[in-house]
Design a protein. Structure first.
Length: 113
């Protein structure tokens, strides 16, 4: 099973993951955001729905994504562009959109202010 963790990671935590990976230690797939606020800004409820339907789906055309989430193509296109820019989804060689994971684990800690 191909699992990705989506979470909040400081620059120091990201550098530490990279150093461990360079030493050959398996880190697993991780999509990191600099803050919880940024995570929620990028992964809005409608974008989460796009990611959810793309999980294990293979490459999909934006029109097919729009059909599956029952939204208009123009709105889905804008959301997919934001997900591409944030590195959450990728573009396949043929131009379709892909989220290459079978499962998503979300991980963050909320501390008192």
């Amino acid at each position: 099973m191909n699992i990705v963790t989506i979470g909040v990671a400081s620059p120091d935590e990201t550098k530490a993951r990279m150093r461990r990976a360079l030493r050959g230690k398996e880190q697993g797939a991780f999509i990191g955001f600099a803050s919880l606020e940024l995570l929620w800004k990028v992964l809005t409820p409608k974008r989460w729905e796009i990611v959810r339907i793309m999980t294990s789906a293979g490459p999909l055309a934006i029109r097919e994504v729009a059909r599956r989430v029952e939204r208009d193509v123009k709105s889905v296109h804008g959301d997919v562009q934001a997900l591409l820019k944030a590195g959450v989804v990728d573009r396949a060689e043929d131009g379709r959109i892909v989220f290459p994971y079978d499962e998503i684990h979300v991980d963050f800690v909320v501390r008192a202010a």
